[in-house]
Design a protein. Structure first.
Length: 211
């Protein structure tokens, strides 16, 4: 099976999703797949997250499903039990990172500073989320922060303020493996059944990432 981070690198964009009802899981997955986007970060910001991951792992194995907003070891355990194939977090929690490493779950903790990056690289982590990417200072900030770690082969997933319009600027950086964002599959679009819009957003993002 392809490593999930290789899939992320190949596609270049990860939809960050807060989904409220497991009943919407399969229609959401089908909308993403139809848009050519076979990956989803299901965030633990809703009570439905673990159920959604479990349903997708079972019903749509073609979709590489990961867990996002993994803020504690309980969420990490729930993500693993549900069948999540990778995980991400907005920040660096040593207990969560240690648990992910121990479990062998590909995990990208969030970093914002060189100190965060030192903690991550010290643990052997080589893929990190750069969050909140836009607020920290955009691609220029990432370029500066990444420079001292380039020889270690660290790759970044900038998230937070990334849009269809600016994703190209991020992907132009060598250190960026993919971008992430909520604009592709918004909670309100899922709730209100606008799956055709999600397919359209996914298709546009994939096309942009390939460009
Ligand atoms: C995340 O958790 O990755 C961010 O909240 C996504 O930020 P966005 O809504 O600006 O895409």
């Amino acid at each position: 099976m392809t490593h999930p981070f290789e899939t992320i690198a190949a596609i270049g964009v990860v939809p960050v999703i807060a989904i409220e009802s497991a009943a919407d899981a399969v229609p959401l997955a089908d909308a993403l797949l139809e848009g050519g986007l076979p990956i989803a970060e299901i965030t633990f910001r809703t009570a439905a997250a673990a159920d959604v991951i479990a349903r997708l792992a079972e019903a749509r194995p073609d979709l590489v499903v990961g867990a996002g907003t993994v803020l504690d070891t309980a969420s990490l355990a729930a993500a693993r039990a549900s069948g999540a194939r990778f995980g991400l977090a907005p920040g660096y929690d040593p207990a969560v990172v240690d648990a992910a490493i121990e479990a062998g779950l590909p995990f990208a903790p969030g970093v914002m500073t060189p100190s965060d990056l030192s903690l991550a690289t010290g643990k052997g982590v080589r893929v990190v989320k750069f969050f909140p990417a836009g607020t920290i200072g955009g691609p220029k900030a990432l370029d500066s922060i990444a420079a001292p770690f380039a020889h270690l082969g660290v790759r970044f997933v900038p998230t937070g303020g990334v849009t269809l319009d600016n994703m190209g600027e991020w992907l132009a950086l060598k250190a960026v493996v993919a971008v992430g964002g909520t604009w592709i599959a918004r909670t309100s679009d899922i709730r209100e059944g606008r799956f055709a819009d999600i397919t359209r957003n996914a298709r546009a993002a994939v096309d942009k990432a390939c460009a």
